[in-house]
Design a protein around this ligand. Sequence first.
Ligand code: SF4
Length: 374
Amino acid sequence: MLGWVCTYTPEEIFATLGLESCRLYGDDRGEYSKADLEYLPVNFCPLGRACLNEGMGKGNPSLTGVVLTASCHALVHLANAFRYAGERRGKEFFVHLLDLPRTFDGNDAAVRAFSSSLRALAGRLSSFYGVAWDEGAFSEALQAHQSVRRLLRELYQLRMGQPENFRAAGLLEIVRAAGRAKKDEFHPVLDGIVNTLKGNENGESRGGGSQAAALLAGLRRRGSPRGPRLLVAGSPLPFAYLDLIEELGGNIAGDDLCQGYRYCLPDVEEGPDPFISLARGYLERVPCPRMLAGRERFSHLLSLARESGARGIVYHALKFCDASLYEYPLFREYFAGAGIPVLYLETEYRDAGLEQARTRIQAYLELLGEQAGD
Ligand code: SF4
């Protein structure tokens, strides 16, 4: 089983080679060891620490390797930490750091550079695991991933139409399940969820079995839906914060999170060279904060706010996350200019600090209400 973290990691490569893979989210930390304390300093990205615990702790003995991207310093150091922790396991442990361009303006140079990183990854995986690349398997893998992403996007559209009826953490839970699953097995589950929501008579699953029923139950809204619509952006945030926003009346209509909507976006068109197709598909989607394309992302988010009727944006930064901390002042200024106030939250990727956040979220929702004359 291969672990991976960043949404610029094309899972299609693993599936083509017949390798099982699973995205690491750094959750369920209670079950895992405290591997991070041995390998990483305390002032290190809390998501990276949590992913190391998830990957190398006792909860995940089947992990035989990880693929990380050179997205930021934290992930580069995380690759080293996985190397050391893997050596300690006594068996050979696969670690690959995928090179990723920082700019993409539709130019072929970035596509070519990223495609050669992907080709190198596939080559290393082939020789480490003794498996071969197969063009037919690539087409199948691509179709399976595309159809899951299409259904996830449909789910996001359904939520945008009526965020008052959705629990945002439940939707992210579905995206997480997709990142952990074999796509051909997860497709019927997701299809059952989407069909049930479209029918929407009694919230019972119309297919997809018990997993679909459990995920649907998680989508059920708990808070009172009396407040404004919002978007959530920035670093991945603890689900308890999303539940708190809803409990206080906020309605989350969309997100720009790498563990959320950005995961659903790559639209890969099959061409003569699979690595060029993957590189283009992954680079062409809305960029993440580590890319040098802030304005493009901001204007995408502004269109999403207009389309969804969102009156505010909650921006979450993980402690010690340089990408978010550098971006935030520009982000706030851009949306202030567009008349959309931003609420800044910072966490250590844990539920701690919820009660302090409660007062700030309440005040923010009141401000949005006053602005709208509610
Ligand atoms: S924020 Fe961007 S670089 Fe970081 S893990 Fe997510 S997609 Fe990858």
